[in-house]
Design a protein around this ligand. Structure first.
Ligand SMILES: [Zn+2]
Length: 333
């Protein structure tokens, strides 16, 4: 275990705001603390497993490193579309199907990667934490590295040897760490999907993005939102100890501003399944574990919408842009 100072401001003083063990993956009974920096307000896990220890706190099936068969990818996509269509209610008569669809009910959140390229912007895409390149978390297969090859040159950073080898076979350049990416590599777009909360030193990632983006290039950062409804009501409803940082929108914007990356947009969003899964794990009131039907999930989604708009969604995606040099015309980069 290591005790650390604040990654953002260096302050060593902090106060405990929550304590919890690993109720989600059951890798340990140890109890961990989330602290709030007395200097800047950043929330982080402290003490925490160091870089050499963190591996044993990840469940063996934690990440999407495998390459799924084609039929599985199409079935996933079909279920997602059905769950979020007006026809989802038809599944009520088949309760096992309805439960599976309910878990997939979620708000439409525009994909900032597709929006970037559809708007005519250019530049190589770098996905930090790209897995095997088949899946882009919330945005599914169509925004994954392998699918994006038809829009732009792509590259990845991925710690898993197997996933990197599989991407190399597909002709995708992929490095194991940020330090392995050559200084000469400049990107138009860099994405981090639900990975920044896992790293030991977030500041180094912002520094990397600032130095590897072209002027006018963008960074897309998706992470849990510690300003979100579920964390406001239950600050200990957190994936510990593998989440080392618990960012609010203002934290991501402050990191960006320090490195010359200005905020373009902050979108927060929630989906019903997170509340049900948290209840099932014992992190959230058990009354929510019965919210598993398709009708209940749709109703809950409508209830959550104003919280999302208020910035209280449980997840967020923040888009940052590297400033153009003085005198340059916006959009010409
Ligand atoms: Zn601080």
């Amino acid at each position: 275990m290591e005790y650390v100072s604040c990654d953002y401001c260096g302050c060593a003083e902090s106060g405990v705001v929550a304590r919890q063990t690993d109720l989600l993956h059951r890798t340990t009974d140890e109890v961990f603390s989330i602290v709030r920096c007395a200097g800047c307000g950043l929330h982080y896990t402290n003490p925490r497993p160091g870089p050499d220890e963190i591996g044993r706190y990840y469940a063996t099936d934690y990440a999407f490193h495998a390459s799924p068969p084609a039929w599985r990818r199409w079935a996933d996509r079909a279920l997602d579309i059905w769950a979020n269509s007006p026809l989802a209610g038809l599944a009520r008569v088949l309760s096992p199907v309805a439960r599976r669809l309910a878990a997939r009910v979620r708000p439409m959140v525009g994909d900032p990667v597709l929006e970037y390229y559809r708007s005519g912007r250019e530049g190589t895409f770098l996905d930090i934490g790209c897995g095997s390149g088949w899946h882009a978390h919330y945005w599914g297969g169509q925004s994954a590295v392998l699918a994006l090859r038809k829009r732009a040159a792509v590259a990845g950073v991925e710690v898993s040897d197997a996933a990197r080898a599989s991407l190399s076979e597909s002709g995708v350049r992929c490095w194991a760490t940020l330090a392995a990416v050559p200084d000469s590599e400049i990107f138009g777009l860099i994405r981090m999907n639900w990975s920044l909360e896992h790293v030991h030193a977030p500041n180094a990632y912002f520094s990397f993005m600032a130095s590897h983006l072209k002027p006018g290039g963008r960074a897309i950062i998706a992470v849990p939102n510690y300003d979100g409804l579920i964390y406001r009501l239950a600050p200990d409803c957190v994936e510990l100890p593998v989440h080392l940082y618990h960012f609010r929108p203002k934290d991501i914007l402050a990191y960006g501003a320090r490195h010359g990356l200005r905020g373009i947009s902050v979108t927060t969003f929630s989906y019903p399944e997170m509340f049900r899964a948290a209840a099932a794990a014992g992190l959230w009131p058990s009354a929510f574990s019965s919210c598993s039907g398709i009708v209940a999930a749709k109703e809950m989604l409508r209830t959550l919408a104003p919280f999302d708009q208020a910035g209280w969604g449980n997840d967020m995606v923040v888009v940052l842009e590297k400033s153009l040099p003085p005198g340059a015309v916006s959009g010409s980069a």
